[in-house]
Design a protein around this ligand. Structure first.
Ligand code: DNO
Length: 348
């Protein structure tokens, strides 16, 4: 198991010099941001990214994300070329030592929240989600809190895209995902790369758009589409954990050997479809992080882990969910849990 930390590249105020001082953190998780989604990444940009991490003594073995172009999710004729581009990205990244690629298959929107600075009793703030608030928003009026979303869409572009999805249901999305996987997984196998799909966040349909990587049954189905160790998942505790019906331990056991990347964060469920993000330790949220770490250890997990979103604490201002302080506390907590579980298990 390797603990990593997300880094948004040279412009990130959370610099490599800061990241390398966090206990337990061995590497960064990053991406190349200088080309539009769907295109082939420049080799010199990949090289520069990896080398800048290495110069600071950090590994750069995980990419998050190589985005999947909407035409692939829509199953358009142009998908063919975008899939070829995706394969080329896998090859290029492997050449520079990348071993794991995180991506998602959510139509149009990535992670979605209704509030980016929900104040907590202790003066910190965090991301939160109220289903009614989200449903009341109009995605065409930029009222949405979309930190994970490609903000390059114009209003017209977004309107056109949403219209294209009008007749795309969950089974169509499965079909298009299957085409994608059957093409890219053999390339990942050849290159020794583990693909790790990220679950939908939140794991339910929004604005009538289908979402399919949401629960035990769907993850099981996903893994069977191409039954290869290169076709795996990112286990994101916060994404899956907001649905109380999701038993994360059961999912970890079922996906044994296919969990390549883990995002650890905690959430406090406050209703059927409402939640707030919290500090990482178990006592602050609805997810028992100790049990997660124990299940990962017991199933022989040997992939990458990163602390996911943190709160904003100590007056920090920065990229929502991705400040330094609370994520650093999360990394140390996660490292401590792994050390305890491992040493305790060996003594038994
Ligand atoms: C949010 C992230 C997601 C994730 C993508 C993976 O903080 O976990 O944006 O990077 O869904 O493709």
């Amino acid at each position: 198991m390797k603990i990593t930390f997300r880094w948004y590249g040279k412009g990130d105020s959370v610099t490599l010099d800061k990241i390398r001082q966090i206990p337990f953190v061995r590497g960064v998780v990053s991406a190349v941001y200088d080309t539009p989604p769907g295109s082939v990444w420049k080799e010199e940009s990949i090289k520069e990214l990896v080398e800048s991490a290495h110069e600071k003594g950090l590994e750069c073995e995980v990419i998050e994300s190589v985005p999947v172009h909407e035409d692939i999710k829509l199953g358009l004729p142009s998908a063919k070329q975008y899939i070829e581009n995706y394969k080329e990205n896998i090859r290029r990244l492997a050449k520079y030592g990348v071993k794991c690629i995180c991506y998602n298959f959510m139509p149009v929107f990535d992670w979605l929240r209704s509030d980016l600075e929900k104040e907590k009793k202790d003066g910190s703030n965090a991301l939160s989600y109220s289903h009614d608030k989200v449903l009341a928003m109009d995605p065409l009026k930029s009222e949405l809190s979309l930190p994970g979303w490609d903000s390059s869409y114009s209003r017209e572009g977004l309107r056109a895209l949403l219209t294209q999805y009008k007749d795309v249901g969950p089974e169509d999305l499965w079909k298009n995902l299957t085409v994608f996987l059957k093409e890219i997984i053999p390339v990942a196998e050849e290159c020794g790369v583990k693909m790790a799909i990220h679950p939908d966040d939140p794991p339910w349909s929004i604005f009538g758009l289908p979402r399919i990587i949401t629960d035990y049954d769907n993850i099981k189905r996903f893994l069977s589409v191409v039954d290869s160790p290169s076709n795996g998942i990112t286990l994101c505790t916060g994404s899956l954990g907001v649905a109380s019906e999701n038993d994360l331990i059961k999912i970890i056991k079922m996906a044994k050997g296919r969990v390549h990347f883990v995002h650890i964060r905690n959430v406090k469920r406050s209703g059927e479809r409402d939640f707030e993000e919290t500090a990482h330790p178990s006592e602050y949220g609805s997810i028992d992080i100790f049990e997660i770490v124990k299940a990962l250890y017991e199933t022989g997990f040997d992939g990458y882990v990163r602390p996911d979103h943190g709160r904003m604490i100590w007056g920090e201002k920065g990229r929502y969910g991705y400040g330094l302080y609370d994520r650093a506390l999360g990394a140390v907590y996660i490292g401590g849990l792994f050390e305890a579980v491992e040493k305790y298990s060996k003594k038994q």
